[in-house]
Design a protein around this ligand. Structure first.
Ligand SMILES: Nc1ncnc2c1ncn2[C@@H]1O[C@H](COP(=O)(O)OP(=O)(O)OP(=O)(O)O)[C@@H](O)[C@H]1O
Ligand SMILES: [Mg+2]
Length: 240
Protein backbone atom coordinates (compact mmCIF):
# COMPACT_ATOMS: atom_id res chain seq x y z
CA UNK A 1 0.00 0.00 0.00
CA UNK A 2 1.18 3.49 -0.86
CA UNK A 3 -0.19 6.54 0.94
CA UNK A 4 0.53 10.09 -0.14
CA UNK A 5 -0.42 12.57 2.57
CA UNK A 6 -0.63 16.35 2.07
CA UNK A 7 2.37 16.39 -0.25
CA UNK A 8 3.56 19.55 -1.98
CA UNK A 9 6.59 20.10 -4.16
CA UNK A 10 8.11 23.10 -5.94
CA UNK A 11 11.37 22.79 -7.82
CA UNK A 12 11.93 26.52 -7.80
CA UNK A 13 10.56 28.47 -4.87
CA UNK A 14 7.89 30.18 -6.99
CA UNK A 15 5.59 27.63 -8.56
CA UNK A 16 4.09 24.60 -6.85
CA UNK A 17 4.45 21.61 -9.16
CA UNK A 18 2.48 19.37 -6.76
CA UNK A 19 -0.09 20.97 -4.52
CA UNK A 20 -1.33 19.31 -1.36
CA UNK A 21 -1.69 15.85 -2.87
CA UNK A 22 -3.51 13.05 -1.08
CA UNK A 23 -3.76 9.58 -2.60
CA UNK A 24 -4.12 6.05 -1.28
CA UNK A 25 -3.12 3.09 -3.44
CA UNK A 26 -4.50 -0.01 -1.81
CA UNK A 27 -3.15 -3.57 -1.77
CA UNK A 28 -4.43 -5.88 -4.48
CA UNK A 29 -4.91 -3.13 -7.06
CA UNK A 30 -3.42 -2.07 -10.33
CA UNK A 31 -3.55 1.68 -10.06
CA UNK A 32 -3.04 3.88 -13.15
CA UNK A 33 -1.73 7.42 -12.98
CA UNK A 34 -2.76 9.47 -15.98
CA UNK A 35 -2.44 13.13 -16.92
CA UNK A 36 -1.05 15.46 -19.58
CA UNK A 37 2.67 16.09 -20.15
CA UNK A 38 4.08 18.14 -17.31
CA UNK A 39 1.14 17.37 -14.99
CA UNK A 40 3.41 16.04 -12.24
CA UNK A 41 3.34 12.23 -12.63
CA UNK A 42 7.12 11.70 -12.67
CA UNK A 43 7.58 14.27 -9.90
CA UNK A 44 5.08 12.36 -7.74
CA UNK A 45 6.70 9.01 -8.52
CA UNK A 46 10.15 10.39 -7.73
CA UNK A 47 8.87 11.60 -4.35
CA UNK A 48 7.25 8.22 -3.59
CA UNK A 49 10.54 6.46 -4.35
CA UNK A 50 12.74 8.92 -2.46
CA UNK A 51 14.58 10.12 -5.58
CA UNK A 52 13.25 13.63 -4.99
CA UNK A 53 13.02 15.28 -1.59
CA UNK A 54 9.48 16.14 -0.48
CA UNK A 55 8.91 19.82 0.37
CA UNK A 56 6.04 19.17 2.77
CA UNK A 57 3.79 16.26 3.73
CA UNK A 58 4.90 12.62 3.72
CA UNK A 59 4.57 9.35 1.79
CA UNK A 60 4.22 5.90 3.35
CA UNK A 61 5.04 2.53 1.82
CA UNK A 62 3.17 -0.14 3.80
CA UNK A 63 3.19 2.30 6.71
CA UNK A 64 6.90 3.21 6.44
CA UNK A 65 7.67 6.87 5.86
CA UNK A 66 9.95 7.46 2.87
CA UNK A 67 11.35 10.56 4.61
CA UNK A 68 11.75 9.25 8.17
CA UNK A 69 12.40 5.56 7.54
CA UNK A 70 13.78 5.46 3.98
CA UNK A 71 15.74 2.19 4.18
CA UNK A 72 12.73 0.19 5.42
CA UNK A 73 10.44 1.89 2.90
CA UNK A 74 12.86 1.23 0.02
CA UNK A 75 13.00 -2.49 0.81
CA UNK A 76 9.28 -2.66 0.09
CA UNK A 77 9.09 -1.37 -3.47
CA UNK A 78 10.65 -1.82 -6.87
CA UNK A 79 10.93 1.15 -9.22
CA UNK A 80 11.28 1.28 -12.99
CA UNK A 81 11.93 4.91 -14.00
CA UNK A 82 10.86 6.48 -17.30
CA UNK A 83 14.44 6.85 -18.53
CA UNK A 84 16.28 3.62 -17.73
CA UNK A 85 19.83 5.00 -17.67
CA UNK A 86 21.93 3.53 -14.90
CA UNK A 87 25.32 1.92 -14.41
CA UNK A 88 26.18 2.01 -18.10
CA UNK A 89 29.63 0.45 -17.60
CA UNK A 90 28.26 -2.73 -15.98
CA UNK A 91 27.13 -5.70 -18.03
CA UNK A 92 23.48 -6.69 -17.69
CA UNK A 93 24.44 -9.71 -15.61
CA UNK A 94 26.70 -7.65 -13.33
CA UNK A 95 23.82 -5.23 -12.77
CA UNK A 96 21.39 -8.04 -11.90
CA UNK A 97 23.95 -9.54 -9.51
CA UNK A 98 24.44 -6.12 -7.92
CA UNK A 99 20.69 -5.80 -7.33
CA UNK A 100 20.59 -9.42 -6.10
CA UNK A 101 23.32 -8.57 -3.55
CA UNK A 102 21.56 -5.43 -2.34
CA UNK A 103 18.24 -7.20 -1.84
CA UNK A 104 19.73 -10.44 -0.49
CA UNK A 105 18.44 -12.74 -3.23
CA UNK A 106 19.97 -16.19 -2.64
CA UNK A 107 22.38 -17.45 -5.37
CA UNK A 108 20.05 -20.34 -6.28
CA UNK A 109 16.98 -18.13 -6.52
CA UNK A 110 18.98 -15.53 -8.42
CA UNK A 111 20.28 -17.96 -11.04
CA UNK A 112 16.86 -19.44 -11.66
CA UNK A 113 15.09 -16.09 -11.90
CA UNK A 114 17.72 -14.43 -14.09
CA UNK A 115 17.53 -17.36 -16.50
CA UNK A 116 13.73 -17.53 -16.61
CA UNK A 117 13.12 -13.81 -16.82
CA UNK A 118 15.84 -12.98 -19.35
CA UNK A 119 14.56 -15.81 -21.56
CA UNK A 120 11.02 -14.56 -21.16
CA UNK A 121 11.96 -10.98 -22.11
CA UNK A 122 14.41 -12.11 -24.81
CA UNK A 123 17.62 -10.51 -23.54
CA UNK A 124 19.59 -13.60 -22.45
CA UNK A 125 22.23 -13.17 -25.17
CA UNK A 126 22.84 -9.54 -24.22
CA UNK A 127 23.41 -10.09 -20.49
CA UNK A 128 27.18 -10.38 -21.06
CA UNK A 129 27.28 -6.98 -22.80
CA UNK A 130 27.65 -3.59 -21.17
CA UNK A 131 24.42 -1.73 -20.53
CA UNK A 132 25.71 1.24 -22.57
CA UNK A 133 25.30 -0.91 -25.70
CA UNK A 134 21.62 -1.66 -24.96
CA UNK A 135 18.69 -0.05 -26.77
CA UNK A 136 16.12 1.89 -24.71
CA UNK A 137 13.76 -1.11 -24.65
CA UNK A 138 16.53 -3.52 -23.65
CA UNK A 139 17.51 -1.27 -20.73
CA UNK A 140 13.89 -1.11 -19.71
CA UNK A 141 13.61 -4.90 -19.81
CA UNK A 142 16.74 -5.21 -17.66
CA UNK A 143 15.33 -2.82 -15.05
CA UNK A 144 12.01 -4.68 -15.02
CA UNK A 145 13.87 -7.99 -14.53
CA UNK A 146 15.91 -6.43 -11.71
CA UNK A 147 12.69 -5.57 -9.88
CA UNK A 148 11.18 -9.02 -10.50
CA UNK A 149 14.38 -10.56 -9.14
CA UNK A 150 13.58 -9.56 -5.57
CA UNK A 151 9.86 -9.19 -6.26
CA UNK A 152 8.83 -6.49 -3.77
CA UNK A 153 5.24 -6.04 -2.62
CA UNK A 154 4.87 -2.67 -4.31
CA UNK A 155 5.73 -2.08 -7.96
CA UNK A 156 6.12 1.54 -9.07
CA UNK A 157 6.53 2.00 -12.81
CA UNK A 158 6.83 5.27 -14.74
CA UNK A 159 5.46 4.74 -18.27
CA UNK A 160 6.66 1.12 -18.32
CA UNK A 161 5.20 0.15 -21.71
CA UNK A 162 6.84 3.02 -23.61
CA UNK A 163 9.60 1.52 -25.71
CA UNK A 164 8.78 -2.11 -24.97
CA UNK A 165 8.06 -4.39 -27.92
CA UNK A 166 4.55 -5.94 -28.10
CA UNK A 167 5.60 -9.28 -26.61
CA UNK A 168 7.41 -7.71 -23.65
CA UNK A 169 4.55 -5.31 -23.11
CA UNK A 170 2.10 -8.24 -23.06
CA UNK A 171 4.26 -10.21 -20.62
CA UNK A 172 4.61 -7.20 -18.32
CA UNK A 173 0.85 -6.62 -18.29
CA UNK A 174 0.25 -10.28 -17.41
CA UNK A 175 2.82 -10.06 -14.60
CA UNK A 176 1.17 -6.89 -13.29
CA UNK A 177 -2.20 -8.67 -13.18
CA UNK A 178 -0.74 -11.67 -11.38
CA UNK A 179 1.10 -9.47 -8.86
CA UNK A 180 -2.03 -7.54 -7.92
CA UNK A 181 -4.11 -10.71 -7.80
CA UNK A 182 -1.72 -11.98 -5.14
CA UNK A 183 -2.65 -9.02 -2.95
CA UNK A 184 0.20 -6.71 -3.98
CA UNK A 185 0.25 -3.16 -5.30
CA UNK A 186 1.05 -1.97 -8.82
CA UNK A 187 1.21 1.78 -9.42
CA UNK A 188 2.10 2.97 -12.90
CA UNK A 189 1.84 6.06 -15.06
CA UNK A 190 0.77 5.86 -18.67
CA UNK A 191 -0.45 7.94 -21.60
CA UNK A 192 -2.02 4.90 -23.23
CA UNK A 193 -5.62 5.11 -22.13
CA UNK A 194 -6.54 1.78 -23.72
CA UNK A 195 -3.99 0.12 -21.44
CA UNK A 196 -5.34 1.99 -18.42
CA UNK A 197 -8.89 0.94 -19.28
CA UNK A 198 -8.04 -2.73 -19.78
CA UNK A 199 -5.64 -3.11 -16.88
CA UNK A 200 -6.47 -0.77 -14.03
CA UNK A 201 -8.76 -1.43 -11.08
CA UNK A 202 -8.51 2.27 -10.34
CA UNK A 203 -7.04 5.39 -11.86
CA UNK A 204 -6.07 8.85 -10.67
CA UNK A 205 -6.04 11.77 -13.07
CA UNK A 206 -3.54 14.53 -12.34
CA UNK A 207 -3.51 17.93 -13.99
CA UNK A 208 -1.27 20.89 -13.12
CA UNK A 209 -0.09 19.19 -9.94
CA UNK A 210 -3.54 18.42 -8.58
CA UNK A 211 -5.48 15.16 -8.48
CA UNK A 212 -8.74 15.92 -10.25
CA UNK A 213 -10.22 12.42 -10.26
CA UNK A 214 -9.80 9.12 -8.40
CA UNK A 215 -11.94 6.08 -9.18
CA UNK A 216 -12.58 3.42 -11.79
CA UNK A 217 -12.52 4.07 -15.53
CA UNK A 218 -16.29 3.45 -15.55
CA UNK A 219 -16.77 6.12 -12.89
CA UNK A 220 -14.73 8.60 -14.94
CA UNK A 221 -16.94 7.93 -17.95
CA UNK A 222 -20.07 8.38 -15.82
CA UNK A 223 -18.73 11.59 -14.31
CA UNK A 224 -18.13 13.13 -17.71
CA UNK A 225 -21.42 11.70 -19.01
CA UNK A 226 -19.56 9.88 -21.73
CA UNK A 227 -20.27 6.21 -21.73
CA UNK A 228 -18.32 5.23 -24.81
CA UNK A 229 -14.72 6.25 -24.54
CA UNK A 230 -12.25 6.81 -21.74
CA UNK A 231 -10.24 9.03 -24.08
CA UNK A 232 -13.13 11.49 -24.58
CA UNK A 233 -13.95 11.42 -20.86
CA UNK A 234 -10.33 12.13 -20.02
CA UNK A 235 -10.11 15.04 -22.46
CA UNK A 236 -13.39 16.47 -21.15
CA UNK A 237 -12.35 16.38 -17.51
CA UNK A 238 -8.96 17.94 -18.35
CA UNK A 239 -10.67 20.78 -20.27
CA UNK A 240 -13.06 21.48 -17.43
N1 LIG B 1 14.17 19.01 -12.45
C1 LIG B 1 13.20 19.91 -12.61
N2 LIG B 1 13.39 21.22 -12.35
C2 LIG B 1 12.39 22.13 -12.50
N3 LIG B 1 11.15 21.82 -12.89
C3 LIG B 1 10.89 20.54 -13.17
C4 LIG B 1 11.89 19.50 -13.05
N4 LIG B 1 11.32 18.31 -13.41
C5 LIG B 1 10.05 18.59 -13.72
N5 LIG B 1 9.79 19.91 -13.59
C6 LIG B 1 8.48 20.57 -13.83
O1 LIG B 1 7.52 19.92 -13.02
C7 LIG B 1 6.29 19.79 -13.74
C8 LIG B 1 5.87 18.34 -13.72
O2 LIG B 1 6.79 17.56 -14.47
P1 LIG B 1 6.74 15.97 -14.50
O3 LIG B 1 7.98 15.50 -15.15
O4 LIG B 1 6.44 15.50 -13.15
O5 LIG B 1 5.48 15.73 -15.45
P2 LIG B 1 4.87 14.37 -16.03
O6 LIG B 1 3.43 14.37 -15.64
O7 LIG B 1 5.70 13.23 -15.64
O8 LIG B 1 4.96 14.64 -17.60
P3 LIG B 1 5.21 13.61 -18.84
O9 LIG B 1 3.89 13.03 -19.18
O10 LIG B 1 5.71 14.50 -19.92
O11 LIG B 1 6.22 12.60 -18.42
C9 LIG B 1 6.53 20.39 -15.13
O12 LIG B 1 6.03 21.70 -15.12
C10 LIG B 1 8.02 20.39 -15.26
O13 LIG B 1 8.44 21.48 -16.05
MG1 LIG C 1 6.81 11.82 -16.69
Amino acid sequence: MIEIKNVSQSYSKKIKVIENMNLKIEDGTIFGFIGPNGAGKTTTIEMITGVLKIDSGDIFIDGNSITKNPIEAKKLFGFVPDSPDAFEKLTGLEYLNFIGDIYNVSPKDRLEKVKNLSDKFGITNSLKDRIQSYSHGMKQKLLIISVLLYNPKNWILDEPMTGLDPKASFILKELMKEHSKNGNTVFFSTHVLEVAEKLCDKIAVIDKGKIIFVGTCEELKEKSKNNSSLEESFLKIIEE
